[in-house]
Design a protein around this ligand. Structure first.
Ligand code: SF4
Length: 322
């Protein structure tokens, strides 16, 4: 049986809409709507989809940075939404997040050594007299030099700043990290360095990642499994090779048809998605993708497609597969 570090069951996150006139509830934006998946310990799951599909809200909800509306999040088999304040404080070191913009997530007034060591000291993770040497070791693991400790974030390049964010997360000895568009703001060559760093750290510290990105090539490179989200729900999940070599859901096919081929002589049919993403406050009935799907059938407009396992845990939610 798989050793799952994280299990997400029927997770929902709705944001209520206040009616402008009387402050009454005017429905809700269904940012995450019945999402279930599991991540095996020591692996990386990529989460992809157009912007606004609910990827980042999913990441934040399963870290309890924002509260869920419904569903369960099990971390090492325990329901983290049942945790009290003390349990939650301990959990904060085990589950970390790395954001897209390293500059805004680093305090400009603190030197790098303080940024990395601050939470380590607060959580008393190492004895006081060992903190300095510990921060040096973490910085070296993340490709930073100990003499960088006294410098401030603005003195570093974008790539180095992201290394500082990664070092700050790693210093807390986490088991699970959500990388939320962690390389999207970086130049391509720097992206590759950070991706390689994340892979090295995964091996060294036995980490598990949820890698949220709209960049499919990066996701293919780093992930063991992939989940494709559309309008708050997962439409397809499976092993990375299965999803990239044999995408089944019409939305996944359209999304993946836009990936540039390394060999320009190989022609690939580009599937253009027509229409815009419907509002998550008023999603279409039946299959949420039916308003943009070229293969839409009558049943798609009425019934929510069931999850079908096509083998090897390759799961698709579409009426074309029964
Ligand atoms: Fe298209 Fe129907 Fe499949 Fe939805 S269920 S993706 S509308 S074929």
């Amino acid at each position: 049986m798989a050793d799952n570090i994280l299990e997400v069951k029927h997770l929902k996150k709705y944001f209520p809409i206040k009616s402008s006139t009387f402050g009454k509830s005017g429905g809700a934006v269904k940012a995450v709507d019945d999402v279930s998946f599991a991540i095996e310990r020591g692996t990386t799951m990529g989460l992809v989809g157009e912007s606004g599909c609910g990827k980042s809200t999913t990441g934040r909800t399963l870290l309890r940075l924002i509260d869920k509306t419904d569903g369960e999040v099990l971390f090492n088999g325990e329901d983290i939404y049942a945790y009290n304040k003390k349990d939650l404080r301990a959990l904060r070191t085990k589950m970390q997040i790395i954001f897209q913009d390293p500059y805004s997530s680093l305090s400009p007034r603190l030197p790098v050594g303080e940024i990395i060591g601050e939470a380590v000291r607060e959580h008393k993770l190492v004895p006081k007299n060992e903190l300095d040497a510990y921060v040096d070791r973490i910085m070296e693991s993340c490709g930073l030099q100990p003499y960088h400790k006294n410098r401030y974030p603005h003195e570093f390049s974008g790539g180095q700043r992201q290394r500082i964010c990664i070092a700050r997360a790693i210093a807390l000895n986490p088991e699970f990290i959500v990388c939320d568009e962690a390389v999207s703001a970086l130049d391509v060559s720097i992206q590759a360095q950070i991706i390689n760093l994340l892979a090295d750290l995964q091996e060294e510290f036995k980490l598990t990642y949820l890698f949220i990105s709209h960049d499919l090539s990066v996701v293919e490179h780093i992930s063991d499994t992939v989940g494709v989200m559309y309008l708050g729900g997962l439409v397809e999940t499976g092993a990375t090779e299965d999803i990239f070599e044999n995408p089944l859901h019409p939305y996944t096919k359209a999304l993946f048809s836009a990936i540039p081929m390394p060999d320009p002589t190989i022609k690939k049919e580009r599937v253009i998605l027509e229409g815009s993403i419907p509002s998550p406050a008023n999603p279409p009935k039946g299959c949420k993708f039916h308003t943009r799907c070229k293969e839409c059938m009558e049943v798609c407009t009425k019934e929510v497609p069931p999850e079908v396992d096509m083998g090897n845990n390759h799961i698709v939610k579409c009426h074309l597969y029964k």
